[in-house]
Design a protein around this ligand. Structure first.
Ligand SMILES: NC(=O)c1ccc[n+]([C@@H]2O[C@H](COP(=O)([O-])OP(=O)(O)OC[C@H]3O[C@@H](n4cnc5c(N)ncnc54)[C@H](O)[C@@H]3O)[C@@H](O)[C@H]2O)c1
Length: 360
């Protein structure tokens, strides 16, 4: 592919990538406001270096629209509400937009109530859970976001896929230090990272999988046809995944475990994923200035701790903030699997010239 060879030599600035993604999604039939929100969520993952959850997902999301699994013009609706809670019916609307709406609602309610929970049912794939957690930061709140997924992960004592990879993310404001931000699957890693790492004869860095007999392995050759992901840290990741399943599916009434259908497979079934968003209004509980000073002190004490050899101590989120700064300054060299997906999206939407024009 001549275009791929060309783009592999070049870089793209995040604002231009975001603009192109908005345009391509509009060409694919998404209303402009929904396209803009979705492009912001996905390209933020690329800014953070989480390319598996970034712009590469647009093509499959647009296919979900063509297949009737996502309704481009639908909007989420409220089915239950109180001063500190809401449940939204995602109505199969663009899931990234639904998730932003739900987190905005949690932030608004926490402004009054101090803490708020918003659950969502009948939704689909929301990309990097961390995006929604960071929405709380400009409001000086702690944000927490999570989603269930279709089953990819085994559990201790089991074999084969039983639970979703159920990511959980938090973002905590600090004072003069950068916010603390964790965004992780409760499986050993996200599925997309295994698929992106698969190459003939290539082993994974660690035993992230079990084979079809339930034995831990670092060989991804037969995955995902056989085997499953291991939970993060054994029973601990499994236990957290059960909490995520409860908050995202059992409360809102979304599908759970084997009832969740994969958004990335070419199947007609509606996905019916569930999500949960929480906002904690720190200033309602303790003076904000004192909280931020304590956060700064905690961050500095961790960073000043004795190092192992030449190692560096990172706070959760520090890697993402550094990558974001580099992306803004130098642009991003997108990995080949992202470029392949963007080129196919451009072919689907008749926008190859617009895509080529954003690379320098
Ligand atoms: N929507 C879905 O269906 C779905 C499912 C699973 C995962 N995901 C997403 O996939 C992404 C990747 O998940 P993952 O589990 O592979 O993440 P990961 O294992 O790469 O962990 C990333 C997190 O760990 C922190 N971190 C990494 N190294 C660190 C260090 N040395 N010290 C301190 N902190 C460190 C990072 O700052 C970041 O917050 C996330 O954005 C997640 O939300 C989405």
């Amino acid at each position: 592919m001549a275009l791929l060879d060309d783009l592999l030599q070049k870089r793209v600035f995040p604002v231009e990538l975001e603009r192109y993604c908005t345009y391509a999604m509009e060409q694919a039939g998404l209303p402009r406001d929904a396209a803009a929100v979705s492009a912001r969520v996905l390209t933020t993952a690329d800014r953070w270096g989480i390319h598996t959850q970034g712009a590469r997902q647009i093509r499959q999301l647009m296919k979900n629209i063509r297949d009737g699994r996502i309704d481009a013009t639908a909007r989420a609706g409220v089915t239950a509400a109180g001063p500190a809670i809401a449940i939204l019916d995602g109505n199969r609307a663009m899931p990234l937009v639904t998730a932003c709406t739900a987190m905005e609602s949690a932030i608004r309610k926490a402004g009054e109530a101090g803490i708020a929970y918003v659950g969502v049912k009948r939704s689909s794939h929301i990309g990097a859970a961390g995006y929604y957690a960071t929405m709380a930061l400009p409001h000086d709140m702690i944000g927490i976001a999570m989603t269930n997924t279709d089953p990819w992960m085994t559990v201790p004592g089991g074999k084969g896929p039983i639970m979703g990879t159920n990511p959980i993310a938090y973002a905590i404001p600090a004072g003069s230090e950068r916010p603390v931000f964790l965004d992780i699957a409760t499986s050993s890693v996200a599925v997309t990272k295994i698929l992106a790492a698969k190459a003939p004869g290539k082993r994974l860095p660690e035993k992230w999988l079990v084979d079809d007999a339930g034995r831990p392995t670092d060989d991804p050759a037969n995955y995902p046809a056989q085997g499953a992901l291991l939970p993060m840290a054994g029973h601990k990741g499994y236990g957290l995944a059960v909490l995520v399943e409860t908050l995202t599916a059992m409360i809102p009434g979304a599908a759970f475990l084997s009832g969740v259908k994969c958004w990335a497979f070419d199947i007609p079934d509606k996905t019916n994923q569930g999500h949960a968003f929480l906002a904690i209004n720190v200033g309602a509980m303790t003076p904000l200035v004192e909280f931020k000073a304590r956060m700064d002190a905690m961050i500095r004490e961790i960073k000043a701790a004795p190092k192992a050899g030449d190692g560096r101590i990172y706070l959760p989120g520090e890697m993402e903030w550094e990558r974001q700064e580099r992306a803004r300054r130098d642009g991003i060299a997108l990995p080949v699997y992202v470029l392949v997906n963007l080129i196919r999206l451009a072919e689907d939407t008749g926008t190859p010239e617009s895509l080529a024009a954003i690379f320098h």
